[in-house]
Design a protein around this ligand. Structure first.
Ligand code: UDP
Ligand code: GLC
Length: 385
């Protein structure tokens, strides 16, 4: 018999962490539920998959806790403790709390202590390297050492950063993300041509795609700067400004796309829910993060769509993409290296096809949804027993 799990996330926006939890929660839905601290698209997506969602009003106070701020204010602390007490009450019928983000882990760690329940933290962030302030890293790592029974890391790099920050190595299990291949298998053969026709992009144009939420660390500006010097190339920029503070970056990108060097060659589509078919319209997919990417689901998705990836070397990316085998890695923030990598691929269709073929095989063999679910299941069984 499996444990009954109360999953917890602070946000109801759909980032990669939420896409991943969607699969995990669905697989465990018979005896589990998901607590969210706000309402939004993630809540509806979970319910659409038959997962019970409990909404606890606490998002407002948690939004005051910023990843890169120093210490939180007294108001945010009081609100966090209050939310933890409510979560402890809601959690009583369950065997296990399973937090999907640092903010929800803070609340779950306190709630777990209050309710005498084990807490698992699915860590999907690289703690450090510009993502979080030192004070925040110290706080969450101390909380983990004090109260988590297990930390599931989405990559070796994420695990190593946790340990480097003082986290106990014996807590950590690496479970790479896995992606359901079914939506890619279901794509009709004419999808590439259909999407290009919809977007008004001629079939013979070399199209480079980027599929990430719009945030400065995702590095879309680097891609646009590279494409600015490649006059025959067009760029597809997919993703929205999901979280607070990201709107000015979106405005900056849209402004840059209108500059004479790029005008008419950048297609900014905003957030979309048809990523697999949009991926097939591209010749190459670029993942340009300028800070260490913890995992990068979109890398696996591009490989499943049979598209080669040019990605920045950092974080978990080299665990997903083997340089020269299943994709090409370039240094982060290096416009010239990115341009040269894209140019080389443009001139070598045979290499593009070989990278894509090996990438598709690799993604199916190493990053299946089933293997991710099995990894999480093993952790839950160990904790529950
Ligand atoms: N995504 C999406 N629509 C968009 C842009 C991205 O559905 O417009 C999905 C994308 O397919 C991927 C996830 O959002 O599954 C992003 O996850 P990733 O791990 O690449 O990055 P994160 O945003 O979690 O840092
Ligand atoms: C986070 C990370 C991303 C990872 C995702 C799923 O959002 O930024 O790299 O793929 O979680 O684990």
């Amino acid at each position: 018999m499996t444990a009954s799990i109360l999953f917890v996330d602070h946000t109801a926006m759909m980032g990669g962490a939420q896409h991943s939890l969607l699969d995990i929660a669905e697989a465990n839905r018979a005896r589990s539920a998901v607590v969210l601290f706000e309402d939004g698209p993630f809540a509806r997506a979970l319910e659409g998959r038959g997962v019970r969602v409990l909404r606890l009003d606490g998002g407002g106070s948690l939004r005051q806790l910023k990843k890169r701020s120093a210490l939180p204010g007294l108001g945010a602390l009081v609100a966090t403790v209050r939310l933890a007490r409510t979560l402890a009450r809601v959690a009583r019928p369950f065997d296990l709390l399973y937090a999907n983000s640092p903010k929800s882990f803070v609340v779950a760690a306190l709630a777990g202590r209050l309710a005498h329940m084990p807490v698992v933290w699915h860590l999907r962030d690289i703690l450090g390297e510009g993502h979080f302030s030192r004070a925040n890293v110290r706080a969450v790592v101390s909380l983990a050492n004090w109260s988590a029974v297990r930390v599931v890391a989405n990559s070796r790099a994420t695990a190593d950063a946790f340990v480097a920050a003082g986290g106990r190595a014996s807590l950590v299990t690496v479970v790479h993300n896995g992606i359901d291949a079914a939506p890619f298998d279901a794509l009709a053969p004419g999808t590439r041509a259909a999407v290009r026709a919809e977007l008004g992009i001629p079939d013979d144009v070399f199209l480079v795609g980027c599929f990430s939420r719009l945030h400065p660390w995702k590095g879309q500006t680097v891609l646009l700067d590279a494409v600015a010097r490649m006059p025959d190339v067009q760029a597809l920029v997919v993703g929205g400004a999901l979280f607070s503070g990201e709107a000015p970056y979106e405005a900056e990108l849209r402004g840059r796309a209108q500059l004479p060097a790029l005008a008419g060659r950048v297609h900014m589509l905003g957030a979309r829910d048809d990523v697999p078919r949009l991926l097939t319209a591209c010749d190459v997919v670029v993942h340009a993060s300028v800070l260490a990417e913890p995992f990068g689901r979109v890398l696996v998705e591009a490989m499943l769509a049979g598209r080669p990836v040019v990605a920045t070397r950092g974080g978990g990316v080299p665990e997903v993409v083997c340089d020269g085998e299943t994709g090409v890695l370039v240094p982060p923030g290096d416009v010239r290296a990115l341009r040269e990598a894209l140019d080389a691929l443009r001139r070598d269709p045979a290499r593009v096809a070989a990278l894509a073929r090996r990438g598709a095989d690799h993604a199916r063999a190493r990053f299946s949804r089933e293997s991710m679910l099995a990894g999480v299941h093993r952790v839950i069984l160990e904790v529950a027993s």
